[in-house]
Design a protein around this ligand. Structure first.
Ligand SMILES: NC(=O)C1=CN([C@@H]2O[C@H](COP(=O)(O)OP(=O)(O)OC[C@H]3O[C@@H](n4cnc5c(N)ncnc54)[C@H](O)[C@@H]3O)[C@@H](O)[C@H]2O)[C@@H](O)CC1
Ligand SMILES: [K+]
Length: 499
């Protein structure tokens, strides 16, 4: 599903109005959509306290009040300032036609439903004064809060809090969600998101240049590899995982198991001899190759049948890893087309990230970088602060020439050409040692099966989180790979049933 920035949403409104539906029609439809949620949440006698801002978000609030009083509901409206004369919001306020009290008089009723129609897509500065106090009072009360379009104080494009922000239990938005509904902290303030249609036609999306989507199976299920037609393990797809030294083999082993469970037909760990022995003691289905030196490891990678490799987990930060990564990126004429650079492979380039980016752009490999916020700020120091997470990832992808999967509870995946996906199913369960190694392995496992790499990265982020959810409490990273087959099975099952 597309996510639209506030500017793109205004464009969608405008295109709709150009083709005949008036702004007041849209506002009325928006208010009807919010009313449908209020009817589900509110008892017949429950007080509804609506907080209205000066713009069209406030207009939605007045139009909602007019609908609800016609249903004999008990409604109070408080406004921060009157709408501009002749605006759509002024029209809506005239439809309400009853008493409007100043926002400074708002005192939440703990048993009420509070409707937040203060600011929506037009938020242009941090909340202050009466609006700030009203939001803090509402948040501090026991009342249920329903936000219109987006919780007031949340930036629609970046999910950041401006001054303070409404903490809603439900948010009703129109036509499409916005990045700010899905990026933290905004995601935490949004509560349940209801996306309602208000008469904006799908075809406006053809005019709007939207590059941001919500990640989910609908995005990539058609490209998810199915092993049905492969008869040979290498035909199904092989992946290579580089191991670190004997005392840090766990990370690469997690990547290898994940690649195998994601469907790669053959997975091989390439390891220094002492580490290879440790792996051999732990593994059965995963193959282990010894490599005496870094050059041996590189040669093995370049002459193998593997299409995808993971390098970085548990390898050890330093010059040897840098050289190995640069060697892999440079290598031509090998089956290896995709390289997932994770953990130590990212940190090893913190002093001179440009060397890495130059090598990625100059080489012919498809590369995924999988930084968490700390690794990201080391590789892209001037992108770390201030920007929306989506913009940070997109700019990092453009600069590096790699797909960037910026991890977190709201993981963002970005392509160098500007396409972005926000992952919706992240869970705190994934904040456990080794979880990132599994993610890198899933990406490689899917890419080994020839899944287009951006879609593989999106699918991996979603599957990874789904695996954590399906295991639940007490999860350690070792548990994640084993959850994958059932999740994949259910996805294919759903697709076959055409859902
Ligand atoms: N006709 C349309 O375009 C439609 C708009 N809709 C609603 O309209 C909203 C967007 O309307 P607007 O563009 O008028 O924007 P908003 O109503 O979100 O806010 C803009 C107004 O708030 C003021 N403002 C912004 N930040 C402030 C702050 N921190 N403190 C005090 N004042 C502040 C601005 O000066 C302006 O007067 C959407 O969020 C949606 O709820 C819906 O009714 C659907 C149709
Ligand atoms: K709002």
């Amino acid at each position: 599903m597309h996510l639209l920035t506030t500017q793109q949403m205004a464009q969608a409104d405008q295109l709709t109005m150009d083709s005949g539906l008036s702004g007041c029609d849209l506002m009325q439809n928006a208010a009807e959509a919010v009313a449908s949620i209020i009817r589900q949440l509110a008892g017949a006698d429950q007080l509804i306290q609506i907080l209205c801002g000066p713009g069209n978000n406030g207009g939605d609030g007045y139009a909602l009040g007019a609908i609800l009083v016609r249903e004999w509901r008990n409604v109070e409206i408080f406004a921060v300032a009157a709408p501009k004369d002749d605006s759509d919001a002024a029209w809506a306020r005239s439809k309400w036609g009853k008493d409007v009290r100043p926002l400074s008089e708002f005192r939440p009723d703990g048993s009420a439903i509070i409707v937040d129609a203060l600011f929506g897509a037009g938020l242009s500065r941090p909340l202050e004064g009466d609006a700030l106090e009203a939001v803090e009072r509402a948040n501090g009360s026991a009342a249920t809060i329903v936000a219109v379009d987006i919780p007031s104080g949340i930036g629609g494009n970046d999910g950041k809090i401006y001054g303070t922000a409404i903490e809603a239990s439900d948010t009703v938005t129109f036509f499409r969600g916005k990045p700010g509904h899905w990026l933290y902290p905004g995601r935490g303030n949004t509560g349940r998101l209801h996306v309602k249609q208000i008469g904006i036609e799908e075809r406006v999306l053809r005019t709007i240049d939207s590059n941001c989507r919500l990640n989910g199976p609908f995005l990539w299920i058609g490209s998810l590899p199915s092993s049905e037609n492969s008869t040979h393990k290498y035909e199904r797809g092989a992946a290579l995982i580089f191991s670190g030294a004997a005392l840090s083999t766990g990370a690469s082993r997690l990547s290898a198991l994940a690649a195998a469970r994601a469907g790669a037909g053959a997975v091989t760990l390439v390891a220094p001899p002492d580490a290879a022995r440790v792996h051999a003691a732990h593994l059965t289905a995963i193959m282990v190759n010894e490599a005496e030196t870094r050059e041996d490891a590189l040669e093995r990678a370049c002459n193998g049948k593997e299409r995808a490799a993971v390098i970085g987990p548990g390898y050890g930060v330093g010059e040897p890893l840098k050289k190995l990564v640069l060697g892999l990126l440079k290598a031509s004429n090998s089956a290896l087309k995709t390289i997932v650079l994770d953990a130590d492979a990212l940190t090893s380039f913190r002093e001179d990230p440009e060397t890495l980016f130059d090598a990625i752009r100059a080489g012919k490999k498809n590369v995924v970088l999988t930084p968490h916020e700390g690794e990201f700020s080391r590789l892209f120091p001037n992108l770390a602060e201030g920007h929306a997470k989506t913009e940070k990832a997109a700019e990092a992808a453009r600069r590096s020439g790699a797909i960037v999967l910026l991890k977190g509870s709201d993981t963002v995946i970005a392509e160098p050409d500007g396409c972005i996906a926000i992952n919706p199913n992240g869970t705190p369960l994934l904040a456990t040692a080794g979880s990132g190694d599994v993610l890198a392995g899933i990406i490689a496992g899917l890419a080994a099966q020839n899944m287009p790499l951006f879609l593989a990265a999106c699918a991996a982020a979603w599957l990874h989180a789904e695996a954590a959810r399906s295991f639940g409490r007490g999860l350690v990273a070792d548990d994640l790979p084993d959850q994958l087959p059932a999740i994949l099975e259910s996805l294919f099952d759903t697709e076959e049933r055409g859902q």
